[in-house]
Design a protein around this ligand. Structure first.
Ligand SMILES: [Zn+2]
Length: 404
């Protein structure tokens, strides 16, 4: 078992929101063995001097689609799974190099990718997946054009969603994803941008269907995440026990208050809307769908501000597709006008760890925790923009005690 001793590190204490200077961090195997202000006895450890640099927990992105090598989902489902797997490895490698040591996939990734990562077949973050997102016919997971009748339902087709209508069918689909190892269940609760026939303002799934999925997930000690923009869609899902609200752009104060009362988590994804209007078409988004982006673009930051004021926990999310993935660290900057730096760091570390229920071993630099660490040049608590500056962040990435 190899060990690493980080010397003269300024540790970013996520809980306190403070920088602790001149610390020694000993990593033994996959975990952090000790954090101290005196030099520990560590014969044989590889020593890395971090003078002047910040050591912080590896980042977590709670809204990614690692298989989405293109923003054109009709093309994605026509692509051989072998090619999509290879592209996913490339996308995951990019995420890890950006400092994301854990990601939560909310549609597309499966047990095959998770197994390959666990076996160390290619460099990648830890992967939490839901399999395919559940969508009603004509919903955000239905990528057919209005003139298409046939629905090719082969599960191995590399789409992000699967269609299930009716209480019995959604129960079966949820059970099937749980059978395949899902860490959470994702449903489409309202219209989306990349789906050709739905409307942003529409609700998706009946209350009976949503309640059935929530019950199936709870029976397996899992939780449900919902794709939703509109206030009404979010509110019905929150009332029915959905825990994780993805996007949430059109939330009102009433929505936010309800989320607070139900202990729901907001996962804003400002990065993707900015990216879609700037380069969505080049990334594969069909031209006629770009207009839908403007229905949610400006509202995104308002939802973040309301949630922040109300104390609704927020997790870091990006939702990027294809070539847009390089913008994954921009979310720090996009939220910076309304969220203070220590809370932004918490969003990308401990808040995400709580959402995926790994707060006992991910998201902090603490003895016993997994040694998922990054080194950045400077103090992001004073200047959060450091996080999105490729010259300064990350300078070094460690996952499970191994240098990337
Ligand atoms: Zn998404």
């Amino acid at each position: 078992m190899s060990s690493i001793l980080f010397e003269n590190a300024a540790i970013l204490d996520v809980e306190q929101g403070a920088l602790l200077p001149d610390r020694w961090v000993l990593v033994d195997g996959a975990r952090i063995a000790s954090v101290s202000d005196t030099k520990p006895d560590a014969p044989g450890a590889q020593r890395i001097d971090l003078k002047g640099q910040t050591l912080m927990p590896g980042l977590i992105d709670c809204h990614v689609h690692v298989t989405a090598f293109t923003a054109n989902f009709a093309e994605l489902v026509r692509t051989p799974p072998s090619y999509v797997a290879a592209k996913s490895a490339e996308i995951l490698g990019g995420m890890l190099r950006r400092g994301f040591t854990t990601v939560r996939d909310v549609g597309g990734a499966d047990h095959g990718l998770a197994r390959a990562i666990e076996e160390g077949l290619f460099p990648a973050p830890r992967l939490f997946f839901c399999g395919k997102a559940l969508s009603p016919t004509g919903g955000h997971g239905d990528i057919r054009a209005p003139g298409t009748d046939v629905h090719e339902a082969a599960y191995t087709q590399p789409g992000l969603g699967r269609i299930a209508d009716g209480v019995a069918a959604v129960r079966q689909a949820a059970r099937d994803e749980i059978r395949r190892g899902a860490h959470h269940i994702k449903i489409m609760g309202g219209g989306g941008i990349s789906s050709p026939t739905d409307r942003i303002s529409s609700d998706q799934y009946s209350e009976e269907e949503i309640a059935a999925v929530v019950e199936e997930a709870a029976m397996a000690n899992l939780y449900v995440a919902v794709h939703s923009y509109a206030a009404r869609s979010i509110e019905r899902c929150v009332r029915l026990g959905v825990r994780s609200i993805e996007h949430g752009n059109l939330a009102t104060q009433q929505t936010i208050d309800l989320m607070k009362a139900h202990d729901a988590v907001l996962v804003p994804t400002l990065s993707v809307f900015r990216a879609l209007v700037e380069e969505g078409v080049e990334a594969g988004l069909p031209k006629d769908l770009v207009g839908k982006t403007y229905e949610v673009l400006d509202a995104g930051i308002n939802a973040v501000e309301m949630a922040y004021r109300a104390g609704v926990p927020m997790a870091y999310g990006t939702d990027l597709l294809g070539v847009m993935h390089r913008r994954q660290l921009d979310e720090f900057v996009l939220r910076a006008d309304v969220v203070k730096a220590p809370d932004l760091i918490r969003a990308a570390t401990i808040n995400c760890a709580r959402l995926i229920r790994r707060e006992h071993e991910l998201g902090l630099v603490k003895p016993g925790y997994l040694a998922d660490l990054i080194v950045v040049d400077g103090n992001p608590l004073e200047n959060i923009r450091i996080m999105a500056d490729p010259q300064r962040s990350p300078r070094l990435v460690v996952k499970g005690g191994e240098l990337v």
